[in-house]
Design a protein around this ligand. Structure first.
Ligand code: ADP
Ligand code: MG
Length: 236
């Protein structure tokens, strides 16, 4: 079976002054359709870098990224933006909601971007209805008109998850999604992500430095010295 998303020999570094700092040094990784994979690694090991490169938010220096076996790493900007909007949903540790917009408006942003002003207006009623259903799905139906400053951390992350789902992506990329939440709230968010993975068949790649969080995935890999290694033993 062709993996849903894969990368081959991915290399990425950052320039700091005159020195090139290597981060990803030949990452090979794949996720099957519907699989829930956790990527562990120490702080600074390159987990966020890997997720950004896989989701086309950043360019690799070398290597390939394959979506259902087709390379997507060297696409023209427009095609790349389109894939980012349609295939990938992103969830970040610090939510990245727009503070001046309500939860509902935040969820609608990816759709405004997708359709553009005129086509969005024509579809507005239907899209607003869909966005409300998504906020219901994540348990925020009663918070549609609240701004992020009026929401708790767990609620903000739920709103961010609803926004990530708005474009009906097939792959969710989550970067330490519970990193800013207390244990109970974090577990509720993880349960929600697990349900979405099971019920919607979403492929999920979650990075975390927390072994207990990682252990909830189908499979755990570790990013170490710029490469991915499989964790064959149970994570404690
Ligand atoms: P992790 O998410 O595992 O903590 P990151 O992917 O954020 O790690 O970072 C990996 C390394 O790359 C770190 O040493 C970090 O300082 C460096 N790095 C990340 N982003 C940048 C950037 N935009 N410019 C320079 N260095 C960066
Ligand atoms: Mg990180």
């Amino acid at each position: 079976m062709t993996p849903h998303l894969a990368c081959v020999d991915l290399v990425k570094g950052y320039r700091k002054g005159k020195v090139q700092v290597p981060v990803l040094q030949g990452v090979d990784f794949e996720a099957a359709r519907g699989e829930y994979v956790a990527v562990m690694g120490a702080s600074g090991s390159g987990k966020s870098t890997l997720l950004h490169v896989l989701g086309l938010l950043d360019d690799p220096d070398r290597g390939r990224i394959l979506l259902e076996g087709r390379p997507i790493d060297r696409l023209p900007d427009r095609r790349r933006d389109e894939l980012r909007n349609r295939i990938f949903g992103f969830i970040f540790q610090s939510y990245h909601l727009l503070p001046e917009l309500t939860a509902l408006e935040n969820v609608l942003t990816p759709l405004m971007i997708r359709y553009g002003v005129i086509a969005y207006k024509l579809r507005r009623k239907r899209l607003v209805h869909q966005a409300r259903l998504l906020l219901d799905r994540v348990g925020l139906g009663h918070r549609c008109n609240h701004k992020p400053s009026e929401l708790s951390g767990g609620e903000m992350q739920r709103a961010a998850i609803a926004r990530a789902l708005a474009g009906q992506p097939s792959i969710l990329l989550a970067d330490e999604p519970t990193g800013n939440l207390d244990a109970a709230t974090g577990q509720a968010v993880l349960d929600l992500l697990r349900d979405l993975n099971r019920e919607e068949g979403l492929t999920m790649i979650m990075v975390t430095h927390d072994a207990q969080v990682a252990a909830q995935a189908d499979r755990v890999v570790r990013l170490t010295e710029g490469r991915i290694v499989e964790c064959l033993t149970e994570v404690p």
